[in-house]
Design a protein around this ligand. Sequence first.
Ligand code: CTP
Length: 407
Amino acid sequence: MSRIVLGVAGGIAAYKACELLRRLLGAGHDVTVVPTESALNFVGASTWAALSGKPVHTQVWDDVESVPHVKLGQQADLVMVAPATADLLARAATGRADDLLTNVLLTARAPVVFAPAMHTEMWTHPATQANVALLRQRGNVVVDPDSGRLTGADSGPGRLPEAAELFAIATAVLDDPSTAVRAAARDMAGLTVAVSAGGTREHLDPVRFLGNASSGLMGWALARAAVLRGARVRLLAANVAMPAPAATEVEQVISTADLGQAMGIAAKDSDIVVMAAALADFTPAQSSETKIKKRGGSGLTVDLVQTTDVLAGLAAARTDPAQVLVGFAAETPTAEHSLVELGTAKLHRKGCDLLVVNDVSGGNVFGRPDNEITLLDGDRVVGPLAGTKDSLAHAVWDAALDLRSRR
Ligand code: CTP
């Protein structure tokens, strides 16, 4: 259980903070909502009080005997402001203390995450961008807004990410506070990365397929981590049910062949490519365009042919020697072959630069929020590292950046 202050500034996206609040409370956190006065024009104090089970104040003059403007900030494990308006970012950047929320921001010593939401013109305005840069320079996390439909008919960057995504970011920062340090440092700014996620499906007919149990959680965590650190992220999603992490460019793919084609294009101008998707190694030799019917009791034999190895193909076609190619491998070590031996052999076979190896002999890792990985680059072995997929995602990017710097 962590103590969280959820700041809400006066934007239409304030309604999404209700859902975020419910998720944070559902995870067992102690959440105090601190709206700005103008936020109450969008969602009233009684809604916040009813949802959080706590009184709601916007000014430092309420409950003065308990000095809440100092206590709330000092005791918080995380302060998250969602939505953060242009005005709130400006007040935070200049160190104003003209309401309870800005006082909390000045007294907080825990990670502070701003999730801006506003019209595109306000977001891209040099004044807002300068405020964002200053806040990041001071160690705050400023989440890039999503692109899409804004209030009215407008569309563009400025949307508040969905509550599920904000919850994932809050959880990542609480579980591993170094996430906030990396996000504020923006050490992947200027880099373009491509990440494949999920599991491919090979269709036998329009309704049936051969697939696998990959949830896409690891690929999602990699995309989320890279966006937080400032990279441009292309996410090739193979049959993942979750909404995509905010501010990523998503392309949906189904089969290994689709993924190979899309990744071939994306990889051409990517600085780092991560193949986190679980790809089908076999596909039906023939797939029927119409539904395969039962045949009066007789069985069905399906011939399978091997798919192309996408990662090995990317390694062979690589033209940029500085590009870092990262593969994933789930292995079951034996008495004869250790995890590192199996991984190193695969690293060389595929021709990639870094292999993230998972020991799956203990059971299934699919769909779980945490994992244990070992990183191999042919020279070094890092790990095993245990943690949430979000925190391991940062370790994978750290290793990829380290490889780039050694080239
Ligand atoms: N991969 C790929 N193309 C395939 C199969 C796998 O690019 N047709 C990628 C995966 O995305 C992963 C890496 O290769 O990053 C290793 O996947 P894995 O299934 O362990 O490799 P295989 O070559 O299938 O090895 P094995 O013989 O152990 O199944």
